[in-house]
Design a protein around this ligand. Structure first.
Ligand code: F6P
Length: 557
């Protein structure tokens, strides 16, 4: 891949610097002066209705941001990604999560081979497996149908499935439940299996590499739990063949490393593959979503994939000036680099999206938390902001104070759907309307604030007036959709994938590696013997770590 363009040396960057210096944010004034502002800055992508008008932008800023995209070659890089070029430079890999949602019949070549037929082959295998679990044909070792699937995975092999499972609760088949074990804290597996019936439980071990310490440890714990419980109840005997049969009926796997799956004792016939060109944090739409296919069924999963594809086409085909993911990514650059915004809030007004901010943390921060560019040179400006958030209205009663009146600028994305999943009435009041009134009110309050005169007009004592003033001009983007369908969830994920990509291209970084997670993993392996009592290993640790381990050992006894 050619060297990254240094965005900070472009003419567009210079224009943005000048525009920022001259900008006097005045959302009240801007809306008053231009009644068409909301309409002009509202765009559509698939089912997503996206209002950018409460951002600190005017036409000149938007034009300069679009110029920036052009001058760093965003469209060319995007096309290279869709075409299967090896844009993940440090790992020498193509980046083709978009191929996972291409319709059968599409063609995407990696090293001369069209990968789309293979994608659909695996998808059909997952669908067939899920059908058998859902209709009771797949039985546990004692002949009972499966009632609970437990996905064992971490990072991208957990966050996507759990987020989507929560988001699409109304679509989950009655009588089937999914659980998600991720943490190597033994509490996680202990609590999640405590009330389960092993005869009706199926484990899905999901790991791209099948080497991840947490996942393999949890998978072994689950295997022991299953075999002990089945033996204790007399459901199976002690023979190796009994154990193998139980594992075959209660364990399947998802991985790119099918040889390692076999080593673990899972029949490769019960394993679903994917490819090294799918990054972990981009993999919920691969076989990593098997737990979702079981819970939701093939039709809903196909709808979910179609949602991604809609936004992929929008990103691939829409001119940058009306390309929603590109513009949202460029806005994030505007705030990160020209306003110094270190964090970005994502605030879903949909309880079912309560894990969406956590999901986005891996997507955005593992992708863009980098200090070197894809040619190894240092970055030339700040990169990855911290993404965080909680659903509204809960956040309103926790951290919104700081967003409204704190000293730092926190751009925020507000997300809501029009049709509630569970419409409820409180004595004649539609509670979802009450809920959405907060969504609308918060973005207005952040944008337009409250002046000292308005506070005084309410009869507030003069000495309290300053504390009750809201400066306004706190930027938000509002994203709305008709309902939280599988397609809309897919669209939201794809939207943020492409936002993340856009930012990475402007900064010249490889958004698809994650070397920064390696050091801690290596050190944990080195420290483990010391924790277990090996004095030589303990002596090799730094004094602080030695002290902490000694404290642990004394307390543990
Ligand atoms: O530790 C980071 C990471 O490599 C993530 O990128 C990945 O999603 C996660 O670990 C889990 O990896 P695997 O699916 O290979 O178990």
């Amino acid at each position: 891949m050619s060297a990254p363009v240094d965005a900070t040396t472009t003419a567009a960057w210079r224009s943005l610097t000048t525009l920022k210096a001259g900008l006097e944010p005045d959302l009240r004034g801007w809306f008053a002066a231009d009644p068409a502002r909301a309409e002009a800055f509202t765009l559509t992508a698939g089912d997503l209705h996206v209002d950018l008008s409460k951002n600190l932008i005017d036409d000149a800023v938007l034009t300069a941001l679009v110029d920036l995209a052009e001058q760093v070659g965003l469209a060319e890089r995007r096309d290279a990604m869709f075409a299967g070029e090896k844009i993940n430079v440090t790992e020498g890999r193509a980046v083709l999560h978009t191929a996972l949602r291409d319709p059968a019949g599409a063609e995407v070549l990696v090293d001369g081979t069209n990968v789309v037929p293979e994608v659909h082959e695996v998808l059909e295998k997952v669908y067939g497996f899920a059908d058998r679990v859902r209709n009771g044909e797949w039985k546990g070792v004692t002949g009972k149908p499966i009632a609970t699937v437990v996905n064992i995975g971490i990072g991208g092999s957990d966050l996507g499935p759990v987020m989507v499972y929560e988001a699409l609760q109304p679509y989950v088949q009655k009588g089937l439940t999914a659980r998600f074990v991720s943490n190597i804290d033994p509490t996680d597996v202990a609590l999640k299996t405590a009330d389960l019936d092993p005869e009706t439980t199926l484990f899905i071990v999901a790991s791209k590499t099948f080497t991840t310490l947490e996942t393999l440890t949890n998978a072994r714990l689950a295997r022991s739990w299953l075999l002990h419980a089945l033996k204790r109840s007399g459901a199976i005997g002690d023979a190796d063949s009994d154990e193998s049969e139980a594992i075959a009926k209660h364990f399947v796997a998802v991985s790119t490393a099918l040889d390692k799956v076999a080593d673990f004792g899972i029949d490769p016939a019960n394993a679903f593959g994917f490819w090294d060109w799918v990054g972990g944090r981009y993999s919920v739409d691969s076989a990593i979503g098997t737990s979702l296919v079981v819970a939701l069924g093939r039709d809903s999963f196909a709808d979910f994939l179609a949602g991604f594809h809609t936004i992929d086409r929008h990103f691939a085909e829409t001119p940058i000036g009306s390309n929603v993911p590109a513009l949202m990514g460029l806005l994030n650059v505007w705030y990160r680099n020209f306003f110094g915004a270190a964090t970005h809030a994502v605030l879903p007004y949909a309880q079912l999206l309560h894990r969406f901010p956590a999901y986005l943390q891996q997507l955005t921060m593992e992708s863009n938390g980098k200090s070197v560019r894809w040619d190894g040179s240092p970055v030339t400006t700040d990169t990855g902001e911290v993404f965080w958030g909680e659903p509204g209205t809960n956040g309103q009663h926790a951290f919104y104070q700081l967003i409204h009146q704190g000293t730092q600028l926190i751009p925020a994305d507000f997300i809501a759907v029009a049709k509630p999943a569970y419409p409820l009435d409180d004595g004649g009041t539609d509670v979802h309307e009450l809920f959405l009134a907060n969504f609308f009110a918060q973005t207005a309050a952040l944008a337009f604030g409250k002046t000292a005169d308005e506070v005084r007009a309410e009869g507030t004592a003069e000495e309290i007036v300053p504390a009750r003033v809201f400066s306004g001009n706190r930027p938000t983007t509002s994203i709305m959709a008709p309902a939280l369908t599988p397609s809309v969830v897919g669209q939201l994920i794809a939207l943020y994938e492409h936002i993340t990509f856009t930012q990475g291209i402007v900064w010249g970084i490889d958004s698809f590696d994650q070397w920064g997670v390696e050091l801690g993993k290596q050190l944990a392996l080195k420290v483990t013997p010391a924790v277990g009592g090996d004095e030589t290993a303990l002596a090799e640790q730094d004094p602080s770590t030695q002290g902490l381990i000694r404290y642990y050992r004394e307390q543990r006894g």
